[in-house]
Design a protein around this ligand. Structure first.
Ligand code: MN
Length: 199
């Protein structure tokens, strides 16, 4: 994916995660918020032809090669696309993927004791994210897992850590349905979560 960024079709119906994530929120979140980041990034990048063929991850991991005057703007909007695509990818109504399997199950069991314990820690940390941001489960080259918060549209890519799970806890992700009850949204997320399969 590179310039000009275009919104892919949502990989499931907008109401697929009902009642946990309502279709109105899905429409706003995907069609307005995610598309907004794409439109803004396209608008900035159009001034810089040398960035037209660069991928999102390239933009996010080569900040020193970005134009100084638009660096933070590019990072914010590229991060907004990257984080949202990961979040929507982490949703599924297939009950077979709501728990980790195979290698990821082994890593979670080894590092957190059990899936239930992992879920408890992850949920508590997600409640504690202050302001706008995400709670991630990341992995590094040595297969160490880490539960970590990122603010705004930051990512952990420059630290060599790749997100396996991305939970959006910006208010726009849940406010229409859950209002101020972020904990209920976090609980609901675990009913529609999709764990990746690690090779
Ligand atoms: Mn969002």
């Amino acid at each position: 994916m590179n310039y000009p960024f275009t919104l892919p079709t949502l990989p499931y119906p907008y109401d697929a995660m009902e009642p946990y994530i309502d279709s109105e929120t899905m429409h706003y979140h995907y069609d307005k918020h995610l598309k907004g980041y794409m439109d803004k990034l396209n608008n900035i990048l159009k001034q810089y032809p040398y960035l037209y063929d660069k991928s999102l991850t390239w933009l996010l991991t080569n900040p020193t090669l970005l134009p100084n005057e638009d660096k933070q703007n590019i990072l914010n909007n590229a991060g907004g696309i990257y984080n949202h695509l990961n979040y929507f990818d982490n949703l599924s109504n297939n009950k077979n993927v709501h728990k980790p399997e195979g290698k990821l199950k082994w890593l979670i069991d080894t590092q957190y004791g059990s899936f239930d314990h992992f879920k408890e820690i992850f949920s508590k940390e997600a409640e504690k994210v202050f302001g706008s941001g995400y709670l991630l489960l990341t992995i590094d080259y040595s297969q160490q897992l880490k539960i970590e918060k990122v603010a705004n549209q930051d990512t952990t890519l420059l630290n060599g850590r790749y997100p396996l799970i991305t939970l959006d806890v910006w208010e726009h992700a849940y406010y229409l349905k859950y209002k101020n009850l972020r904990k209920d949204y976090i609980d609901a997320f675990f009913n529609v979560i999709s764990f990746p399969i690690l090779k």
